[in-house]
Design a protein around this ligand. Structure first.
Ligand code: NAD
Length: 269
């Protein structure tokens, strides 16, 4: 994809699911990839191996470099260290993908302060801090850059019993727009990709249960859950120069989930 060859990208939470697919896709497009993991480097080696393998299918990308970077995105000191480590190792950073995310299910009136704070700390404050450190780097080198936030359809659709998750993704919309407006004139583009129901470990509760899976898919206009590759393709597009004139937007990659599926048939008249 135009403009990705040789770029340096950092993907948070890249050891599984959507983050892993994004790291692999960007490597395939010729990017050097920094793979963020939270606890042990072993958890990131699968992503690294798959990214290398895909990249090397195209001989031009065979020189692609990878880096495993430890960091808990709820910890400010970890984030500062992580971004510095990517810049030191790669020489610069061009693309940040804020993907790391968690969710907890709990009736809102029983949600503890600690659980509320933890989801916000990872999903929203973590994305802000990673963006802040990355933008400092973009500005210090006076070079253009791209930030993509992995949001959710719950950026706009309320999700009962997942209050902190819905708030974190709703906040991400404004994080995306505000940073986009503030730094557009410095050549920095900030966008979001909002997946719908996607087959990843975060959805283990219904993926392996055919009945639950059928129920989930019955609410999706395209009649199936999305794949991580479909999310990664949208991310690669927004990171590339094909999207050079797009900033401050959320691209919904959700099989139509955000189109109010219950209105497919007229039930109100
Ligand atoms: P996942 O559980 O496979 O991936 C989440 C990743 O985040 C994991 O690699 C995990 O290790 C990492 N992570 C969690 N806490 C972290 C922390 N404190 N520091 C660093 N890394 C941390 O789930 P996924 O579905 O691939 O989710 C990826 C993103 O996509 C999340 O932001 C999620 O909200 C979003 N999303 C997913 C879906 C879906 O249906 N799967 C839908 C909408 C949005």
């Amino acid at each position: 994809m135009k403009g990705l060859q040789g770029k340096n990208a950092l993907v948070t939470g890249a050891t599984s699911g959507i983050g892993q697919a994004i790291a692999i896709k960007l490597a395939q497009c010729g990017c050097n990839i920094a793979i963020n993991y939270r606890r042990t480097p072993e958890s990131a080696t699968d992503t690294e191996e798959m990214a290398m393998e895909k990249a090397c299918k195209d001989i031009e990308n065979c020189g692609m470099r990878s880096l495993l970077v430890k960091g808990d995105v709820s910890q400010e000191t970890d984030i500062v260290k992580m971004v510095n480590s990517v810049v030191d190792n790669f020489g610069s950073l061009d693309i940040l993908i804020n993907n790391a995310g968690i969710q907890t299910e709990c009736p809102s009136h029983e949600l503890t302060t600690a659980d509320f704070d933890q989801v916000i700390a990872v999903n929203l404050r973590g994305a802000f801090l990673c963006a802040r450190e990355t933008i400092k780097h973009f500005l210090s080198q006076s070079h253009s850059g791209v930030i993509i936030n992995i949001s959710s359809v719950h950026e706009i659709i309320p999700r009962p019993k997942y209050l902190s998750y819905s708030i974190s993704k709703g906040g991400m919309e404004n994080l995306t727009k505000t940073l986009a407006l503030e730094y557009a004139h410095r050549g920095i583009r900030v966008n979001a990709v909002a997946p719908g129901a996607t087959v990843t470990p975060i959805n283990q509760a219904w993926i392996d249960d055919p009945e639950k899976k059928a129920t989930v898919e019955s609410h999706i206009p395209i009649c199936r859950a999305g794949t991580t590759e479909e999310i990664a393709a949208a991310v690669a597009f927004l990171a590339s120069d094909e999207a050079a004139y797009i900033t401050g937007q959320t691209l919904f990659v959700d099989g139509g989930l955000s189109l109010y599926a219950d209105f497919r048939e007229n039930w109100s008249a």
